[in-house]
Every structure is written in C-alpha cells, then in structure tokens.
Design a protein around this ligand. Structure first.
Ligand code: HEM
Length: 491
C-alpha cells in the first residue's frame, strides 16, 4: 500500500506529510477546515495534495489555479466525491448538488437555468422588492426580534415563493419552511465526513446496503424528505397569481422539454430551497457585520441612495445608478465568503496540470477562502473595500470572464451555483433597502460601551460559516419610513 501511495503521491503536487495509511486525517480540524487549508497553502503553494487514507485531496488556493482547473478544465473536474452517507443513503441519489455530471443532473440544471438564468431571474424582481420592503418594515416594527431571525425569514420567504409561490411568510406566523429546514440541517450533518463512518471506511458500504438496521436513520430521513418534497410540489401546482413565475410551475409544464420526471422535479425544487436559503441568509448576516465595522462604506452607499432615490424606497430600476450597493454585495461575498470551501469537486478522469498528473477520483477542494485572500488578485485582501469592484468614475467594473473575481463565492465551471443571479438580485435589493432605511449601530451596555462582535468571531455550521449571534441597532434614516415601507409591501 505504501508503495502504491508513494507512486501516486509523486505524480500529484506535494503537500503536508502525513502518516502511513491514515494520511493527514489526524491533522484536520473538525471546524474551520478552510483556515487550516489556507495555512497549508501559504506553506505548500497554490496547489497541493493532502490525503485521507488512500484518498487524495487536491487543494486550490489561488484564483489562477482554480480558474484553470475548475473553469477551463471543467469537463474533467466537475463530478462530485462519493460522499456515500449523504449521497447514497440519505438522498438515495436524488440531490442534484451531490450528483455526478450525469444526464439526469444535466436535465435538472437545464430546467433550473430556464427559470433562474440572468434574464429569467428578473421575473422575480417585484416579489424580491416586496420582500425587501417587508424585511425593512419588520426590522423597524420588531427591533426585539433578533436580526438573524429576520434575515432568515426573509431569505426563506424569497426562495420559497420563487420555487413554490404563495404569500410572504410573516415574521410572527408559523414558518411553513421549518420542516424543510430541519431536513436540510440533518442532511448537512450527514455531509460532514467526520460524521460518516462509511465515508472513512468505504468497504462498509455493501454491508450497510444489505443490513436495514444500519440504514434506519437515513431511510427514515429519506421517506420524510420525499413526502415533504411531494407535498410542497403538489401544493404549488394549483396556486394562481404567482403560478406563471414559480419554478415548480415552469418545470411542471416543461418536463418533456427539459427531460426530467415529476419525481426528479420534486426533488430538484426542494434542493433549490435547501441550497438557496441558508447561503443567502448567511451572506446578509455577514453584510450586517461588515456595515457595523465599516460605517464609511455604509455612508458612501447611503449618499448614493439618497441622491438617486431620495425619500422613495430603492427599486431594481434604480440599480444601474446604485453601483456602490452592488459593490458592497460583491465585497461582502469576497471579504467573508459564507461557503468558504465551496462544494467539493472530483476528477472524472486523469489529467495533467503544470507537470503534475492528477488521477481520476481525486477530490478537488475549491478553497474560496484562500482565493479571496489572493494578493495577486486583490490589493489589500484583508480590507473591506467595495471600490475594488468600481472604476475611477464609480461605475461597476465588468466581470472578469476568465477568473470571475467578483463572484468567486458561487463556485466554478459547470457546477457554478445554479441560483447565482437570483441570489445576487435578492442580496442587492435587501441591502439597498436596509442601507436606505437605517443607520447601523452597535448596541451599548449600561456604561455606554459598544457591544461588538469581532470580524473573525465566526461559527462553523458545516457547509456555511457565519458570524456568531450579534446585536445590532437600526436607526431610521427617513421621515415617514413606516408608511413608505407599508406601500412597498403592498407592491
Ligand atoms: C449568497 C448566496 C449563495 C451562495 C454564496 C451560493 C454558493 C454556492 C456554491 C459555492 C455552490 C457550489 C459550486 C461548485 O460546486 O463549484 C453552489 C451550488 C448550488 N447552488 Fe448556490 N449559493 C447561493 C445561493 C443559491 C440560491 C439562492 C440557489 C437557488 C435558487 C442556489 C442553488 C444552488 C444549486 C442548485 C447548486 C448546485 C449546483 C450543482 O451541483 O450543479 N444557490 N452554490
């Protein structure tokens, strides 16, 4: 085995030395893995290998390397690792996020693209603006409800309505998305390799497949999730009003064209909620932290908002004249990417790169955290500086087609986030509303001292990382704010 490992190691880029048979597993922290991998990047360079047992992991730490491998060589770097526990036992192959680039995966991407590409995603703009007005209104009317909870409601409502239709989820009502969220949390837990014996010892797979008792939890999760996916999908079909614009409606009438079955469509639409809710809510929470630490950036955006919108709430029509808000969104996603290790890819066949030979089956980790700190791509990467995305006249710089420097947080190539344009629209309008409506301040203690959450006080919730719970005081900036927001909610 050692000889075999040596043979394979010598063809892969070198990385940290590990133990025979175990590889580097004992050096990997159970939390904030991206920090350890970034520290190794500093030592071993922008591309290196570590091992878990006999499985090589290739880590991409610079923007140039990730663009080469995941964009330009996307044809051979876009499968997913086996992730046996979540993929085989929990989702039973039904989650497109975990599928290889199969025909089924392509058909699902095709149907998502039809609803959420850069052009069709604008169909949801009026709903997103209405939701942003309701977010600002509930922040104004219910300062006692935690900021995170309000962002969470907002993100859930936006994605739920886009996928399934219906009305705004009210802050004080029962949350209809709760069950999907519980199911998502459970499946995320299963996704962590350290929670999965079968992913560490894959030879156990046939045994688990044969013995029902071992699969009890996963089987029960699957049947609950399938029931929820079906219930939501069927309930979305007869709705009127939003039906012309929900993803469910579009996929349901175009199944033949996209080449998917109802069963796949049900799972696909639930996967959109699972992939889109927490990621968006996390990005907004990080935005809040960034604005508290960088009031100068908030003020610049507010000056622009005041000049363009005055006392009227911002709209998507104003967006071209509000480049600073978009720059803040981009900088938030770069400064503290909420999905710092993206979702792992896997090489579907052997390929060569910079003189190395990467065998088929190598897991590829897109270390977005270290890439967004790449000094070759970003000047003073540790600073929060939205102007890096603007030219001298304050206009948004065009996207860098080859490296996607303004969108690294959404992943790469054929696996790039399927909801990226929809998410950017959601973030733009929510941030525009919050900046226009409020001054952001830290709460203070009895002695008048600010209660601050540090820029690195994060918690790791498996795929995403986000700031720990922090307090925020939102002070209205406009006369008659409540009336304006109420009008925005009515649409
Ligand atoms: C700020 C918000 C979001 C962030 C940061 C984000 C980030 C990501 C990342 C890093 C990936 C993996 C890309 C890769 O493997 O290279 C991904 C995949 C995905 N995202 Fe998002 N995402 C966000 C919002 C959304 C939304 C709103 C939706 C749905 C409407 C969505 C749907 C998906 C889907 C379906 C995939 C799986 C793509 C595949 O495996 O083929 N995401 N996202």
């Amino acid at each position: 085995i050692r000889d075999e490992m040596r043979k394979r190691t010598s063809r892969l880029p070198p990385g940290p030395p590990g133990l025979p048979l175990l590889g580097n597993i004992l050096q990997l922290p159970s939390q904030f893995l991206y920090r350890k991998l970034t520290a190794w990047s500093d030592r071993y360079g922008p591309i290196y290998t570590f091992w878990i047992g006999s499985q090589p992991y290739l880590v991409l730490g610079s923007t140039a390397v990730s663009a080469d491998l995941l964009d330009r060589m996307s044809a051979v770097t876009s499968d997913r690792p086996p992730m046996i526990k979540p993929r085989v036992f929990y989702f039973k192959g039904m989650n497109l996020l975990l599928q290889d680039r199969t025909l089924t995966w392509r058909a699902q991407r095709r149907s998502i693209h039809a609803s959420l590409n850069i052009h069709t995603a604008t169909r949801y703009n009026s709903m997103q603006a209405q939701e942003a007005a309701y977010l600002a209104l509930s922040l104004l009317q219910h300062p006692e409800k935690p900021f995170r909870r309000q962002l969470h409601r907002f993100a859930a409502s936006v994605i739920f309505r886009a996928v399934y239709g219906g009305d705004t989820i009210q802050l004080l009502d029962v949350d209809p998305t709760k069950r999907i969220e519980e199911l998502t949390d459970e499946s995320m837990h299963a996704m962590m390799p350290q929670n999965s014996v079968v992913d560490i010892f894959p030879f156990l797979k046939p045994l688990i497949q044969r013995v029902k008792w071992f699969r009890k939890q996963a089987d029960s999760w699957f049947s609950d999730a399938e029931q929820e996916a079906k219930r939501r999908y069927d309930a979305a079909l007869p709705t009127d009003g939003w039906e012309a614009t929900t993803v469910v409606h579009d996929v349901n009438i175009n199944m033949g064209k996209y080449g998917i079955t109802k069963h796949q469509a049900m799972w696909m639409t639930m996967a959109l909620f699972m992939a889109g809710q927490e990621t968006s809510d996390t990005a907004l929470y990080i935005f809040g932290l960034a604005m508290l630490h960088h009031p100068e950036a908030a003020s610049t955006a507010q000056r622009q908002l005041d000049a363009v919108c005055g006392d009227c709430a911002p709209t998507f029509e104003d967006r071209e004249k509000l480049p600073f808000v978009d720059a803040i969104v981009k900088e938030t996603l770069r400064w503290r990417p909420g999905v710092p290790l993206s979702v792992p890819h896997r090489a579907s066949e052997e390929f060569e790169y910079r003189g190395y030979v990467i065998p088929a089956g190598t897991v590829i980790l897109d270390n977005v955290w270290s890439q967004t700190r790449d000094p070759a791509a970003y000047k003073h990467p540790e600073s929060f500086d939205p102007t890096r995305f603007l030219d001298d006249s304050g206009t948004l710089l065009p996207a860098t087609a080859d490296t996607h420097l303004d969108q690294l947080g959404f992943g790469h190539g054929r696996r790039v986030c399927a909801g990226r344009d929809f998410a950017l629209n959601t973030l733009f309008i929510a941030c525009a509303y919050m900046l226009w409506a409020f001054r952001f301040e830290w709460p203070v203690d009895e002695e008048g001292k600010e209660i601050v959450c540090g820029v690195d006080e994060f918690q790791d919730t498996s795929i995403t990382v986000s700031p720990r719970e922090f307090g925020i005081v939102l002070k209205p900036r406009k006369e008659g704010l409540e009336e304006t927001l109420l009008a925005g909610v009515k649409g």
